[in-house]
Design a protein around this ligand. Structure first.
Ligand SMILES: N[C@@H]1[C@@H](O)[C@H](O)[C@@H](COP(=O)(O)O)O[C@@H]1O
Length: 248
């Protein structure tokens, strides 16, 4: 795993933007796996800026989002679908028929998981997967569990995740209790993975994921086995890492 240590959230976001932009410049028809949450917001702002100023081209790109809440319509203000459009897709030249989400309204979640996997495969697989990390080291919505999940599936969210995401809702009671999420296997099949972490509340999760045992109790720990992972941390999120600082 390559670790890029940065001082601030701003620098973390700039480093991440360089990597995603580089991917698009090298392979304009890249299949990107994209993430929601507060962590990638400024990265997306940087990508929009690169699109507007130096012509970073999304016209041939495809995107698959990691996850979506169960029970929210696409146009619900809290849906991840809306989040991605407001933060990135509406501001760049990605084709709207090239952006994909798990359907949180699907009646048959198992069939929906298989449909989403087939769509990823049909697109050629994910070239670069962007990830944030939960405070309990979840990635996507893959919560600590007894086994690593293999494909896109329905998950019951942990109370801690509901509490952490409540800041985006009027109250914790409004946070959906379930989501459709890529599985750990789906994420692991991406050719390159970029994991972002910012803030002191992520420091333990980052340390456990990078330096701890590989276990489904720490979902992100599986990334230690992937051949191409770049972790970008700000000072606080990287503060508990023993790893030699290779960059700053
Ligand atoms: N499903 C998302 C994850 O993809 C995200 O990584 C995590 C951390 O979010 P944040 O970046 O807001 O800390 O939150 C949610 O649970």
């Amino acid at each position: 795993m390559r670790i890029i240590f940065t001082d601030t959230y701003k620098k973390m976001s700039e480093e991440a933007a360089k990597i995603l932009a580089g991917q698009l410049w090298i392979k304009p028809d890249s299949v990107l796996g994209l993430a929601t949450g507060s962590t990638p917001v400024e990265l997306y702002q940087n990508l929009v800026w690169l699109y507007k100023t130096v012509g970073l081209d999304f016209s041939q790109a495809t995107s698959f989002n990691l996850d979506e809440y169960v029970g929210l319509a696409e146009d619900d203000p809290q849906s991840y679908h809306r989040f991605m459009h407001e933060n990135l897709f509406d501001h760049v030249n990605i084709r709207k028929d090239h952006v994909f989400f798990p359907n949180g309204l699907a009646a048959d979640s198992a069939a929906e998981g298989e449909r989403y996997e087939a769509a990823i495969t049909a697109a050629g697989g994910i070239d670069m997967q962007l990830l944030g990390i939960g405070r309990n080291a979840h990635i996507g919505f893959n919560e600590p569990a007894d086994a690593f999940t293999r494909i896109t599936h329905k998950v019951a969210l942990k109370e801690s995740t509901i509490a952490a995401n409540a800041r985006f809702f009027a109250s914790a009671a409004d946070v959906p209790r379930e989501a459709m999420s890529m599985g750990i296997g789906t994420i692991f099949r991406a050719r390159h993975i970029v994991l972002l972490a910012s803030g002191a509340e992520k420091a333990e999760a980052v340390r456990d994921a990078v330096e701890g045992a590989i276990t489904p109790r720490v979902p992100a720990s599986i990334l230690q086995l992937h051949p191409s992972v770049t972790l970008i941390v700000d000072q606080e999120a990287g503060s508990l890492l023993k790893a030699e600082k290779s960059d700053s």
